[in-house]
Design a protein around this ligand. Structure first.
Ligand code: SF4
Length: 211
């Protein structure tokens, strides 16, 4: 526990101000951006969404979108056919069941096409301020390297990290781990030579060559 708190203190020192790099202005836009961000970079999503949001400003409009047109608009992001289908079906479901609004219901969110546990947690924490810790590839990698979680399954990693920190820390910790993983603790070439967490890092201790 002391180690976990020390790691958090260093992450806060390294990344004092954190926010999502997904561009959005409301819950509709956040939901669409989250669906599009699966196995894609935030940069790629942010390039495509301004035109998409202008053409389809809400779930009602997106529910009526032409599949081929929507797929074309998001083709640069990757997995465009699946994501276009999911976005239309998700929007139709929200229009028919929830008046065209996204809702802060964890169980319901998981019934929406294109929304898994990580995406639901992002919508709940980022969009509604409900404490959740979303585990993506960066969070998983960094948590494993630092010994914050031993599991490899995202749901287990989430449970292990959440057991270490109070709920009020979860969302900001998610953002810090994402940004730390994206820009410092890279998958293939982590920047260990400039890292302040080497003393806590299992990867550095066991695997990384001395620099
Ligand atoms: S020492 Fe290297 S592997 Fe460990 S957390 Fe820092 S950057 Fe990542």
């Amino acid at each position: 526990m002391a180690k976990a708190n020390e790691i958090l203190a260093i992450l806060k020192e390294m990344l004092p101000e954190v926010r999502t790099e997904l561009a959005y202005e409301n819950l509709y836009q956040l939901t669409v951006a989250v669906v599009l961000s699966a196995q894609a970079t935030d940069v790629a999503v942010n390039k495509a969404t301004p035109a998409l949001f202008a053409r389809y400003p809400d779930f009602t409009a997106l529910a009526q979108a032409d599949y081929d047109e929507l797929r074309e608009m998001i083709k640069t992001i990757g997995l465009a056919p699946t994501k276009a289908r999911n976005l239309i079906n998700l929007s139709r479901k929200l229009v028919s069941e929830k008046g065209g609004m996204i809702v802060p219901d964890p169980e319901y969110l998981l019934t929406l096409p294109g929304i898994g546990r990580k995406s639901a947690n992002v919508i709940l924490s980022e969009g509604f301020g409900i404490p959740r810790l979303a585990v993506d590839t960066h969070v998983a990698r960094v948590a494993n390297r630092l010994g914050l979680a031993a599991a490899t399954a995202p749901a287990r990693i989430e449970a292990e990290i959440c057991a270490l920190y109070p709920p009020a820390e979860w969302h900001q910790l998610h953002l810090r781990l994402v940004l730390f993983g994206r820009y410092h603790c890279l998958a293939r070439k982590p920047r260990c030579h400039e890292c302040k967490l080497t003393a806590y890092c299992q990867y550095y201790t066991n695997i990384a060559p001395v620099e």
